[in-house]
Design a protein. Structure first.
Length: 404
């Protein structure tokens, strides 16, 4: 079930590595089919509440498995990473996942359109489908960072399922450049609830994506309203897909798709919120920010959810080396570590008081922060800043960074 990789290290010694997760990565492929577990249970029992089974699995079973199975800190030796990166098996898994997200949405829409469901059951299945398409944004994230034409197109196709076609532009050319700075709307600030963050992040991402794509096309002397606009290419697929579902299954698809799209977007917002909460890159004497380092992202090595998310949770290595493929992402010592995988952290973030109680002390205890609020990306609202200063500031250390 494993494969042996070997190479010669810098000291001319033979280096061997077995990827013991090689076949377990299939969990990332089959996980998009999770909505069908609820549909199958509804078909078997007739109870509409059964359609919510995928939510119980994602936000109940997965965090429990993360707790019981624990973390995986294994890293592939650098000497064999080129072999891992070249092996097509790993990229085929991401390619195969793309149509499965389409299958999941169409399957949920078909169930809604062909069964007499209560209004709340329709909305619940729409929510389930939306969380699934949120995983599709994760697949698009992995593909969108790669420089092959096939993977770039596959990213646009999978992002078309939840109508999030602007993501690769915004994420790669926007977020990665300004991550963990006050200027980045996709980096959450200390003291900022996820709900206030969403009001910044969602519209900010769309605006920045359009600005970046318009700039790129202008350099080529092309109009932003042309077929060369990668976002419009993805949105066109969205229009064909979602209009086809309305035609096929009727007007019930309108609220179904609205909820589906909003929930998928919310999933991405949830990920952005937990990935960089409060972390701040240092501003250099020339006015620019330091290069993103692993300690500018929250990391988690919880095995089960990493296997279901193509290693998204090894986010620290990803931001430091964004072209690395998921199978090669590394664990580093002394990084900002989340106490659970994303399926546990998302619900925690939805209760701001609990989130702040868990994460603020963890943020301030980081070695590079050491309790100094001047080293934190903090909420700029004067009242909230003052409250945080009163609660956490040490002497005059934070005075410069906390001025309105």
């Amino acid at each position: 079930m494993t494969k042996l990789y070997f190479s010669v290290g810098p000291d001319d010694q033979r280096v061997e590595y077995r990827d013991r997760k090689r076949w377990w990565w299939l969990l990332s492929v089959v996980y998009p089919l999770l909505p069908f577990t609820g549909i199958a249970l509804h078909a078997a029992t007739g109870h509409e509440i059964a359609l919510g089974l995928p939510l119980l699995i994602s936000y109940g079973l997965m965090p429990l498995l993360d707790l019981l199975i624990g973390e995986d800190q294994n890293n592939p030796p650098e000497a064999v990473v080129p072999q891992l990166e070249q092996e097509r098996y790993y990229r085929w898994l991401t390619w195969l996942t793309v149509p499965l997200h389409l299958v999941a949405l169409v399957g949920c829409a078909w169930w809604v359109g062909t069964h007499d469901l209560s209004w709340w059951a329709v909305l619940m299945l729409a929510y389930v489908a939306g969380t699934d398409s949120g995983l599709g944004i994760n697949t698009g994230h992995e593909l969108g960072h790669k420089n092959t034409a096939v993977e770039q197109w596959l990213a646009r196709l999978v992002l078309a399922v939840p109508a999030y076609g602007h993501f690769t532009v915004e994420h790669g050319r926007g977020h990665h450049r300004s991550v963990s700075t006050p200027e980045d709307h996709a980096s959450a600030r200390m003291g900022e609830s996820i709900y206030r963050f969403a009001c910044r992040e969602l519209p900010g991402g769309i605006r920045r994506a359009w600005s970046l794509e318009a700039e790129r096309l202008a350099q080529q002397r092309r109009s932003v309203w042309s077929v060369h606009n990668t976002m419009l290419q993805s949105y066109a697929v969205t229009a064909v897909l979602q209009i086809s579902l309305i035609i096929a299954f009727g007007w019930v698809m309108v609220p179904f798709l609205i909820v589906h799209n909003m929930v998928a977007w919310w999933q991405l917002t949830s990920a952005n919120y937990v990935e960089h909460y409060g972390l701040l890159r240092e501003r250099l004497p020339n006015g620019k920010y330091e290069t993103p380092q692993p300690h500018h992202s929250w990391n988690t090595n919880h095995l089960v959810t990493n296997l279901a998310l193509f290693h998204l949770q090894r986010h620290s290595d990803h931001h430091a080396y964004p072209l690395r493929r998921y199978q090669s992402l590394r664990h580093f010592e002394d990084l900002p570590q989340l106490p659970s995988g994303y399926f546990g952290m998302f619900p925690l973030s939805y209760v701001p008081a609990l989130w702040f109680r868990v994460m603020d002390p963890r943020l301030l205890a980081l070695p590079h922060v050491n309790g100094n609020l001047a080293r934190v990306n903090i909420d700029p609202d004067p009242e909230r800043r003052a409250r945080l200063v009163t609660k956490y500031a040490r002497g005059g250390e934070a005075s410069g960074s906390l001025q309105a």
